[in-house]
Design a binder for this molecule. Structure first.
Ligand SMILES: NC(=O)c1ccc[n+]([C@@H]2O[C@H](COP(=O)([O-])OP(=O)(O)OC[C@H]3O[C@@H](n4cnc5c(N)ncnc54)[C@H](O)[C@@H]3O)[C@@H](O)[C@H]2O)c1
Length: 322
């Protein structure tokens, strides 16, 4: 028997990170979860604290760190527009400096490193659906740029560490993901709609609701991340990970209303700046790696709604973000 794999998950106390930590532990890895709790919380991984292979460390990825690891999943970065636009300079710093510090660590340790990049690198895409070869249509000076450009620069750093040092890198471009442990007030559309429906508030649709998104259930995404990490060294990505089934915002609202049995009405609001019209992954490359999402929206929504039903939703103020 070889030694257990030592895996570092930055942003491990966030929504996706907490599910990833859980899955890695159940596969027998030792997990160091590193987080500064900017948007995540210790509560998200409280159920893992007793696991002998789990360690939680409060740390900011902008500060260099030295730990012994075999693999790094770099997820640290606020992901929802309300959070990443709150302190945009900090968002870019986390994306770029965080990536740099984790790449330095991986390089020193000879560890493999995976970057949680985003479909936002495609901006408001002129190509639909988006294959990895599409370079994107990003506004470099808008309110979303701190995130979009920060993530694009992080990708550049990953590929330059590959070219300059031969580092084992993987870049996953994650499309909209939802599931339990999303924050009720972080402005992402699935959590917003569910919370509004459960509270009986109006369901806020921006514009006419015809803009589309594709939604991937978190378990499917975590499968994809782990599968990508396990690919041969030559597979660097970028690889799109997302669900290619498209839904308009109006359709999503209707699914949520049906699944919750809510009588909430639809409230139409003005479109935010730079809101993309369409976003849908081309996942041919991921499919060639043997991955595709398997959770239907209706099933994923049921599991996510169950999570929110167990919470006190009286207080959170919902923010306006698509
Ligand atoms: N959820 C999605 O739909 C989605 C889509 C595309 C990309 N992603 C990417 O996946 C990753 C995880 O997203 P998420 O949805 O779980 O978001 P999240 O906000 O729940 O998680 C991000 C985590 O990073 C931590 N963090 C932020 N800044 C940090 C710093 N400087 N140092 C250490 N930790 C820091 C936060 O506290 C949080 O726990 C992010 O990198 C995000 O960009 C997510």
């Amino acid at each position: 028997m070889g030694e257990e794999k030592r895996v570092l998950v930055t942003g491990g106390a966030g929504f996706v990170g907490s599910h990833l930590c859980e899955r890695l532990l159940s596969s027998g890895a030792r997990v160091l979860c590193l987080d500064n709790f900017y948007t995540g919380s210790a509560a998200n991984v409280a159920h893992l604290r007793q696991h002998p292979g789990f360690q939680l460390m409060e740390h900011d990825v902008c500060v260099p760190i030295s730990v012994e690891v075999d693999e790094i999943y770099n997820l640290a970065c606020p992901a929802s527009p309300v959070h990443y636009q709150r302190e945009p300079v900090q968002t870019t710093r986390t994306s770029v400096l965080g990536a740099l510090n984790m790449l330095e660590l991986a390089n020193r340790q000879g560890a493999k490193i995976l970057q949680a990049s985003t479909s936002e690198v495609y901006g408001d895409p002129a190509v639909h659906p988006q294959p990895e070869s599409y370079w994107g249509n990003v506004n470099p000076v808008g309110p979303r740029s701190c995130y979009d450009e920060g993530k694009r620069c992080a990708e550049t750093l990953f590929f330059d560490y590959r070219r300059q040092y031969g580092l084992g890198i993987k870049v996953a471009r994650i499309f909209n993901t939802y599931g339990p442990r999303m924050q009720p007030d972080d402005g992402r559309v699935v959590s917003n709609f569910i919370v509004q429906a459960l509270r009986g508030d109006g369901i806020s649709i921006f514009g006419d609701g015809s803009q589309t998104r594709s939604f991937c259930y978190v378990d499917d995404l975590v499968d994809g991340l782990i599968r990508l990490m396990a690919t041969p060294d030559s597979m660097t990505g970028p690889v799109n990970l997302g669900n290619p089934t498209e839904f308009s915002m109006l359709e999503l609202a209707q699914e949520v209303l049906q699944a919750t049995g809510s009588k909430s009405a639809i409230a139409y609001l003005p479109l935010p700046v730079d809101d993309p019209r369409q976003r849908k992954p081309d996942i041919a490359l991921a499919r060639s790696l043997g991955w595709q999402p398997t959770t239907a929206l209706r099933t994923g929504l049921r599991l996510t709604i169950a999570h929110f039903e167990g919470q006190d939703l009286a207080t959170p103020r919902l923010r306006n973000c698509a």
